[in-house]
Design a protein around this ligand. Structure first.
Ligand code: ARG
Length: 459
């Protein structure tokens, strides 16, 4: 019985060491991120095998206890995936075989690593998407608090980076808030796309056993099964692309804001400043206070679409069904998930903590910013727009631009219109409750499936 654990497909013929090393690559490293999810998928599969009469209640209980143990070890950083075993799926099965004896070798009936890995990745992406919703919500909260504090501070608005029209801190930050809310909607849509259960489809051609796939799906908190076994494999890469697409879009929102702050905090603009705690120094120039944090937000954001391209090229032109190429889709996916989770909190801190140079901002609110206002005021007294435009341009050129309404315009224009903030808050809190509701449902199912009571945790 106590055989040395080995590759699942070992048939006793030796494998070339270099080829083994090459095919395994850094897969164990990425599979470390999937151990928890593979334990959940394995637990659901064990329940389904028991429901099909392929495991006794005691056998099920033993497997669930073993899986919970693996999960706990993994949490403690003590579950190794030895490269000799190829991957996390094999390491988990080897552990079960050692801990549970013969029953440990029964769990692979009716599944393949192909549907196993698709399931673990789907669960993992679902988890990260839920986390993104949280973090996007927190980012929005930080930006809204900032708008409430300083929204009415006037600042120039730019096009082509040339002063264009009056704006304000509120108008500027509101753009990022709306974009982040849009990404929350996009994340819900992503979660809908991820909401089918791949497990029970075997290698991609179905399983000749009467497995209740609907039960498996329910146990894992999915709304439905992914019907086509072949599409489960074809969807590897596709699902990851949806996922990384959203990550890249979130990154782009943060990068734009970081870019603005970066520019506005140069000595030349001097509209705002990062507190010391958020800057870095130079090893040679004692005066330097560098905004590395903004530059790295930008660079991380730039890398996310590169991960998307990597996915598209690795998975995009494969024939249908599983091919080992798909193994390499894990890295860009997992990296993207983790990057977003580092970027959003950092961006939230920056938004909450930069300081404003009100004097510099006030000085930048030069009368020319109101040139369009002046032209439009003339049209209201009947002057055709092109003529009004010409007259104002002439006044500006001659240094005679002093509209009587300037003081009044300065008082109110370029501010975030009253009511907008209220609307934004309402949308934000409804998205937050929707996210909480979804999390409760999903995390409830996840917690139950590993509970080793041997019963049907989904019942
Ligand atoms: N490491 C593999 C992957 O990520 C797991 C699936 C292996 N399946 C196989 N037939 N070799 O794709």
């Amino acid at each position: 019985m106590s055989q040395q654990p080995t590759r699942l497909w070992d048939k006793g013929t030796p494998v070339d060491e270099a080829v083994h090393r090459f095919t395994v690559g850094d897969d164990p490293q990425w599979d470390q991120h999937l151990v928890h999810w593979d334990c959940l998928g394995s637990a659901a599969h064990a329940h389904t095998l028991a429901a099909a009469g392929l495991l006794t209640a005691d056998e099920l209980a033993s497997l669930l206890a073993g899986l919970a143990e693996i999960d706990a070890r993994h949490r403690a950083g003590q579950f190794a995936i030895p490269p000799a075993l190829e991957d996390g799926h094999t390491a988990i099965e080897a552990y079960l075989a050692q801990r549970c004896g013969e029953v440990g070798t029964k769990i692979h009936a009716g599944r393949s690593r192909n549907d196993q890995v698709a399931t673990a990745l789907r669960l993992s992406m679902r988890h990260h998407a839920l986390r993104w919703l949280d973090l996007l919500g927190e980012f929005v909260a930080a930006a809204l608090a900032r708008i409430e504090r300083d929204g009415d501070v006037p600042m120039p608005g730019y096009t082509h980076m040339q002063p264009a029209m009056p704006s304000s801190v509120g108008l500027w930050l509101h753009a990022s808030v709306e974009a982040a809310l849009e990404q929350m909607h996009a994340t819900f849509d992503l979660l809908r796309r991820l909401d089918t259960c791949p497990l029970g489809t075997g290698a991609g051609l179905g399983v000749p056993l009467a497995l209740d796939r609907a039960l498996t799906a329910r146990l894992l908190g999915f709304s439905r099964v992914q019907r086509s076994p072949l599409d489960v494999q074809n969807a590897r890469g596709r699902m990851e692309t949806y996922f990384v697409r959203v990550a890249a879009d979130i990154g782009a929102v943060l990068a734009k804001l970081a870019n603005d702050l970066w520019l506005f905090s140069t000595a030349e603009f001097d509209f705002c400043r990062l507190p010391d705690a958020l800057t870095t120094g130079s090893s040679i120039m004692p005066q330097k206070r560098n905004a590395d944090v903004l530059e790295l937000l930008r660079a991380h954001a730039a890398r996310l679409p590169a991960r998307l391209v990597e996915l598209a090229l690795v998975a995009g032109k494969l024939p249908s069904g599983y091919q080992r190429d798909l193994q390499l889709t894990k890295e860009p996916t997992i990296r993207a998930a983790l990057e977003i989770e580092e970027m959003l909190p950092v961006a939230g801190r920056v938004v909450g903590e930069f300081t404003l140079n009100r004097a510099k901002l006030a000085a930048a609110m030069r009368p020319e910013l109101y040139a369009t206002h002046a032209a439009l005021a003339l049209t209201q007294s009947g002057v055709p727009f092109r003529e009004a435009y010409r007259r104002v341009a002439e006044e500006l050129r001659a240094g005679r631009f002093q509209p009587a309404e300037l003081a009044a315009w300065r008082e109110s224009d370029g501010r975030l219109p009253a009511g907008v903030l209220g609307e934004v808050r309402t949308e934000w809190s409804s998205l937050k409750s929707r996210a909480e509701e979804l999390r409760r449902r999903i995390k409830g199912a996840e917690a139950a499936v590993l509970a080793s009571n041997g019963g049907d945790p989904g019942a």
